[in-house]
Design a protein around this ligand. Sequence first.
Ligand code: PEP
Ligand code: MN
Length: 331
Amino acid sequence: MIVTVKPGADPDGVRRGLVARGLWVTPLMGDKGAVHFLVRPYSGAVTREEIARLDGVADVAEPRTPHPLVDAQPHAVRIGGVTVGGGAAPVIMAGPCSVESEDQILTIARRLRPLGVTFLRGGAFKPRTSPYDFQGCGAVALRWLASAAHATGLLAVSEALGESSVADVAEHADVIQVGSRNMHNSALLRAVGAAGRPTLLKRGMAATLEEWLLAGEYLLAHGAPAVIFCERGIRSFDPATRNLLDLSAVAILSHVHHQPVIVDPSHALGRRDLILPMSRAALAAGAAGLLLETHTAPEQAMSDGPQTLTPEELEALLRGLPAPGAALGAR
Ligand code: PEP
Ligand code: MN
């Protein structure tokens, strides 16, 4: 049940009253100044009427869905002056898979800014399948990313790989990325939410849409001001592409759930030759933007080179996309 605190009442006093009735209490944040608690009985039954009679309680309601905060999130979210979703012009997040040096990320950022890219992405902590592969430069790379983003007027996006990296990423990035392998990591979702930054939530590679939405609910319930969902392909049987880009998921998140959802064709395809057609398809399906790995020398990239575009290729790709709103109709 969702308990709404009376305006002016002490939320902490209400919380104590609820706990004293044997209720499991979770604060719900991010709802226009009103204070709500999600409550569930530990054991035994506490009726709705009993809760409604407690001091300071304005209202008790059954949530209409398992993810009320996600459902209440607007279709368009604002991040650092950029609107993502709700029919706004598609946003482009671009940059290398890994931030490799101060010079590398600044050089790439300078190439991206004139192309209309608004978010500079780059990993400092990399979730690699093999322990012998490059694991990222670590916290120092966050500083390189932040200063390149700052110097070029871009917003920085980087992944928090574990709870111990959340504070560093939150300090340096405008958007915290939760990677595919971590979408089910509820401890990390709680920590990232509590950092209070907009979050880019990649879909787990075998996650259902409901699990993905509930991961978004974790982030919002713990304090994230906005969640952008990112479809990055799911596991399939055919190695022709690295993953299977699930465009139905994009259509459902955008058109049924009215969520800001972007598409990452780089990780979905794993090969650069198909990124343009699938980017077009993603926008047609309702994507609010694209995440495109970009590097000035993809063949030398420390990770994900085969799916990475050069700035020239990115420029050609962006020119090949329909003008905002054109051909796609109102989304
Ligand atoms: C990435 O964005 O570089 C990344 C590791 O993505 P994913 O979590 O989708 O594999
Ligand atoms: Mn990558």
